[in-house]
Ligand binder design. Structure first.
Ligand code: PGA
Length: 251
């Protein structure tokens, strides 16, 4: 299974900035991309085509949409469909990111609808899960992760190709804060996530990637990526600069 080194650019970068960061990244990594790694960037919608065009000439580099709606087209002002994402070169779609859950008010059911719709519309989906600080302090980590997984995956076909579905464990308190979950905490949460995936999908769940996200940086990525059941990373802040993201990719 190839490790997925994913970047979430959130609401950062103009078209020009995004394109030059993508070009720098391809130059920095070039032929050095290890066989067992794939690179994925979720740029803002406005930069998808620009970054996708740069990546179309580089093997192992992909783009994805940070969000999408659950219809192919229609009167849904402001929304973007998986069909439109694919049209500009997206291979992936992101669901359940903590900012969509906790800043933009998306609930587990809607996130579940998006996850199954995105897959059925031909995107590879990365579903994010993760507990808030008060849930961690209240001893509720597993309860939260299990609910987010079971509801988030409720309508996903059991025939799903395991390569098309990844989970990103991102403890909310570690996102953008500089705080990173410790190795034991990551191992425990990822093993639990794998257990739930196995209970839903059977053996094929061993081929689904589980990424870690939350303040991943060049200095901690090597240790994190080597942990059991860590099949990649999802990086916010440190992915915005080609220099630091290339160090993470090669860590
Ligand atoms: P961060 O963000 O790396 O800045 O903590 C991670 C994310 O939001 O996916």
């Amino acid at each position: 299974m190839k490790k997925l080194m994913a970047a979430n650019w959130k609401m950062f970068k103009t078209w020009d900035e995004a394109r030059s960061t993508a070009e720098e990244l391809v130059d920095l990594i070039g032929a050095k991309l290890p066989e067992d790694r794939e690179i994925l960037i979720f740029p803002p919608f406005t930069s998808l085509k620009g970054v996708g065009d740069v990546f179309s000439k580089a093997e192992g580099f992909f783009v994805g949409g940070q969000d999408f709606y659950i219809e192919e087209e229609g009167a849904f002002t402001g929304e973007i469909s998986p069909k439109m994402l694919k049209d500009v070169g997206s291979v992936y779609g992101l669901t359940g990111h903590s900012e969509r859950r906790h800043v933009l008010g998306e609930d587990d059911t809607y996130i579940g609808n998006k996850t199954s719709y995105g897959l059925s519309a031909g995107l590879k989906v990365v579903l994010c899960i993760g507990e808030k600080l008060e849930e961690r302090k209240g001893g509720k980590i597993e309860e939260v992760l299990e609910r987010q997984l079971r509801v988030g995956l409720k309508d996903v076909s059991l025939d799903v190709d395991p390569k098309n579905l990844s989970i990103a464990y991102e403890p909310v308190w570690a996102i953008g804060t500089g705080e990173v979950a410790g190795p034991e905490e990551i191992i425990k949460a990822h093993a639990f996530t794998r257990k739930i995936l196995l209970s839903i999908f059977g053996e094929k769940a061993n081929e689904m990637r589980i990424l870690y996200g939350g303040s991943v940086k060049p200095g901690n990525c090597g240790e994190i990526i080597a942990l059991d059941n860590v099949d990649g990373v999802l990086v916010g802040g440190a992915s915005l600069h080609s220099e630091s993201f290339s160090q993470i990719i090669l860590a």
